[in-house]
Design a protein around this ligand. Structure first.
Ligand SMILES: *Cc1c(COP(=O)(O)O)cnc(C)c1O
Length: 569
């Protein structure tokens, strides 16, 4: 049936829409956490064998390929890959209107194969076809590229185009439309107008919305004049919907998602609470994120788990049994993963890292609230810790959004600090690795001894890299925000920086000085002495990461929670 996947035919399907979907580092159709979560979610649906389909944009030139120039400044190259290697183009073509012009959209299909042999189709929408203007052919090229007009055009293609494409592909019985973030929210308007006969309740029965950020600037908003011009404003969106989604002269896609969804959820318990304060009057639940265990277990750990927890592939709840793994075997797996990482560092940077030294990893998007430079707040003190307590190696990686100048400066500051530190040749070594992607993430997360995360609260909605770390026996050291409020047990699954949040608000948060001070003290007094001084105790922490956190913070558990709550009628 027209490119739709046979296995889903005739079933009530769940359609999962996301601006980005990260499936593999060989398909650069993602930028970071949001897209990788979408990919991990779809993979777990495939593992369980549920009738789910994914919809996203082709993102033909990816997000970007990152290089760092000799001054430490981020350079952005288009990411060249060949979609034909991973995707199959389909003959179906549908039309959307952008600035009054008809724009034709086609789709490519990729099948995700689940662990028990089920397959799940993901449709990648593409406007780069004959008949479209040169400009319109670029609309599905760059993930988060271009200006606001470009972004809105992409959201029309994703939300409206995606809904029409599913109809063209023969999916006539869609039980739920899941909007992964506001980028896809226009699908709800399409349903309201063209499927549900302007019955808002009927649309809400069909729609699920996940909000992903407590950062106000992270919510998608468009100036009214631009919005009206690009989408046809009140001509396209019925007035009774339009008036609900405009705030201060801007059309807010999060409000659209909230208004027309029957279920709304945040991505960690704390984030659910913060979101309720941001959007009073809306019912917002929380389902804490997870990661796809089969994607994120490094080869050495896959072998270990195959031997000791034979059901782990189909049943990641088996990780609770990790305490039964012998310390020596766990340490051997970690050493193999660490050698791989250290070899990669030395191959790329010639920094002379050593797998016997304590190694901290920090990799995420470089942006102000994530405070990538907190560890460098007092570099002299960090050097003293390394001299006095034991060698320290630090590995940084991450991209800054193309329009985020401050994010790029943060990369530069880390890059320059690393250069100075290494030139001095002491017991502290530091590198910044270019082009953080899913492959480098897996290598770093499994190979480090501690995974560092120090966002300013309450801005980390969830975070997922610390979950990937737990799966690979890497304890996290983090401020108490996002998922870490649920996964942290001091000295058992990792360590915290700073206090727990107050019931409401964060006005009494510690200053960066206080938090940097606590970060150094934790390293100096607790973590590094434990690492060098007590291998057995360290192995106990590693085991608890797996048993307590990997067994829970996975998408296998997460999608079952979606099924039990948001996907019910
Ligand atoms: C997991 C992952 C992320 C998201 O991790 P956070 O903890 O949310 O920062 C970003 N980029 C890559 C490549 C990842 O693998």
């Amino acid at each position: 049936m027209n490119g739709a996947d046979g296995q889903q035919q005739g079933k009530k399907v769940i359609a999962y829409f996301s601006m980005e979907v990260g499936i593999s580092h060989t398909m650069p159709t993602y930028s970071g956490g949001l897209g990788i979560l979408a990919g991990d979610t779809l993979k777990s649906f495939a593992d369980i064998g549920l009738p789910v389909i994914g919809v996203t944009l082709l993102n033909e030139k990816g997000y970007f390929f990152q290089t760092i120039d000799e001054n430490g400044w981020q350079r952005e190259q288009p990411f060249n890959w060949n979609p034909h290697e991973r995707l199959v183009p389909l003959p179906n073509i549908i039309t959307v209107h952008i600035e009054g012009r008809p724009v034709q959209v086609r789709a490519w299909k990729h099948l995700i194969h689940g662990v028990k042999g089920n397959s799940l189709p993901v449709y990648f929408l593409d406007t780069n076809i004959d008949g479209n203007t040169d400009h319109d052919r670029t609309l599905t090229k760059h993930l988060y590229g271009g200006d606001r007009r470009y972004r809105l055009s992409q959201e029309i293609i994703l939300g409206i185009g995606g809904t029409r494409m599913l109809q063209s592909l023969g999916y006539h019985d869609i039980k739920k439309y899941h909007m992964n973030e506001g980028h896809a929210a226009l699908l709800a308007v399409e349903l309201y107008k063209n499927v549900c006969d302007r019955d808002a309740e009927a649309v809400r029965k069909k729609c699920v919305f996940t909000t992903h950020t407590p950062v106000a600037a992270g919510h998608d908003r468009f100036d009214e004049p631009l919005f009206d011009q690009v989408i046809g404003g009140k001509d396209y969106i019925p007035g009774e919907v339009y008036e609900r989604i405009v705030e201060d002269g801007k059309v807010n896609m999060t409000l659209l998602g909230l208004h027309l969804s029957g279920h709304v959820n945040g991505v960690a318990k704390r984030h659910g609470e913060v979101s309720k304060h941001m959007f009073p009057g809306h019912h917002i639940d929380a389902i804490t994120n997870g990661i796809h265990h089969l994607t994120w277990a490094a080869p050495a750990f896959q072998e270990l788990y195959d031997k000791h927890l034979p059901d782990w592939r189909t049943d990641p709840y088996s990780f609770r049994n990790a305490l039964s793994i012998k310390s020596e075997e766990l340490q051997a797996a970690k050493e193999a993963a660490k050698r791989k990482l250290i070899n990669e560092v030395n191959r790329r940077t010639n920094a002379g890292f050593d797998h016997r030294r304590f190694t901290i990893g920090y990799a995420r998007r470089f942006t102000t609230y994530k405070r990538p430079g907190l560890l460098l707040f007092d570099l002299e003190r960090l050097k003293r810790v390394a001299e006095n307590v034991g060698d320290v190696q630090v590995i940084f990686a991450g991209k800054a959004h193309t329009q985020d100048q401050r994010g790029k400066e943060l990369i530069q500051e880390v890059w320059q600090a690393a250069r100075e530190v290494n030139a001095q040749g002491g017991k502290l070594k530091m590198v910044f690795l270019e082009h953080y992607d899913m492959e480098l993430a897996k290598t770093m997360i499994a190979g480090c001894d501690v995974w560092l995360n120090n966002p300013q609260r309450p801005y980390e909605a969830s975070g997922t890299s610390g979950m990937k770390a737990a799966l690979n026996a890497t304890p996290q050291l983090s401020t108490l925000d996002g998922w870490w409020l649920e996964g942290h047990i001091e000295g058992v699954t990792g360590w915290k920086i700073g206090p727990a949040p107050k019931e409401q608000g964060y006005e009494q948060d510690p200053t960066p000085d206080d938090e940097a001070d606590e970060l150094y003290r934790k390293l100096e007094e607790t973590i590094i002495p434990l690492y060098y001084g007590d291998k057995h105790e360290w192995a106990r922490v590693m085991k608890h990461c797996i048993a307590i956190n990997a067994s829970f913070f996975n998408t296998y558990r997460m999608v079952q929670q979606y099924l039990a709550t948001t996907y019910q009628d």
